[in-house]
Design a binder for this molecule. Sequence first.
Ligand SMILES: Nc1ncnc2c1ncn2[C@@H]1O[C@H](COP(=O)(O)OP(=O)(O)OP(=O)(O)O)[C@@H](O)[C@H]1O
Ligand SMILES: [Mg+2]
Length: 399
Amino acid sequence: MTLNRPRIKVSGLTKIFADKADAALSLLKAGQSRAEIQKATGAVVGLQDVSFDIAEGEILVVMGLSGSGKSTCLRCINRLIEPTAGSVFVDDVDVTKLSERELMEFRRTRFGMVFQQFALFPHRTIVKNVEYGLEIQGVPAAARHERAMTALETVGLKGWDQHYPSQLSGGMQQRAGLARALALDPDVLLMDEAFSALDPLIRRDMQQELVALQKRLKKTIVFVSHDLDEAIALGGRIVLMKDGRVVQQGTAADFLANPADDYVRRFVEHIDVLGVVTAGDAMRAPAAVKPWHATAAEALASLTQSGEPVMTVVCQDGRFQGTVDADTLKAAGDTELRLLLSDTQACVPTSATLNETVAKLATGRGEIAVIDADRSLRGVIANADLVATLARRHSQPVH
Ligand SMILES: Nc1ncnc2c1ncn2[C@@H]1O[C@H](COP(=O)(O)OP(=O)(O)OP(=O)(O)O)[C@@H](O)[C@H]1O
Ligand SMILES: [Mg+2]
């Protein structure tokens, strides 16, 4: 996955919950554990030296078990919780250095927050709830009404503006909560377990809609969740936390392929491998590739030597053209490969999941090409590679 320039840069973020954090911070720097520090000083280490980048237009999921520091981390980003040490850059601004007044302004204009509990005002209509932030900003009535109505339409609540929160389902109330954040048009959305209170089916809908919305609106989103399935559904990178520290960051497929430790391994134990690992993860370099002006005889010699089930054919600039099987080659003598292509569709993009790859392999001749958006050949996957990928996964010991 290519990252755009970082939008948010969190560096060495540390939070100690204590009246006097200095003593605890010294102990932390001296290498004492969280438990030792709590015992010695009563201070709770909420976050310890947390660093990660978030690219523009990315959904980053901060994940971990209860108490691992997810909410603390999210709230330190906009200083709803004051960090003890470290910095948070949003573009060129270090949020930790802003004065109280600057911070208020920055929060109002740049950050939107959505929480697990929707926190709508019960005595205000939905549109008045969505207008609330704009009202605080002093936006004139007509303009804020218009922006609130647009935000409601964006989240699929058109026609519900005059209702009261109690007249809406949980899912609809959370949509209203999202609309309230979107009405302010923030660059960065901070979402803390925003969908955790919803029924599973509605939750899945909301996850899909958030992904679609983010593609359209290009917001940068930090999403806190304790649910791996949710992190995978949101599709981006994951920062996995434990005891206030980052254990590993990357995609779910990275966690599967190279777990940093047993904790990560256990976290991804029940993951749906076929839905997470991509063709790009499972491919290997092809042993039998020929340009399309090569002859069948040349290709047959090379194919026999390689042990591949089919010959992969590319044009001069390396773009995938199709495959040719051995039987076709045997009967074709000096004919050029471009006239012999048996299957021009035997390919998947690098981003295809193994589920999609399996489906493609099942219809072909035992091997398919893995290609870029411009059809450049990146690698191949044969039936045997797929089996090997799955076998590797299951042979990893879990202690
Ligand atoms: N105000 C506070 N004072 C003291 N300790 C706190 C405070 N807020 C959080 N903590 C502690 O910091 C640690 C991290 O808490 P945090 O709320 O960030 O966890 P979380 O990962 O969001 O958990 P959950 O999934 O339950 O929401 C916990 O040990 C918690 O007890
Ligand atoms: Mg939390």
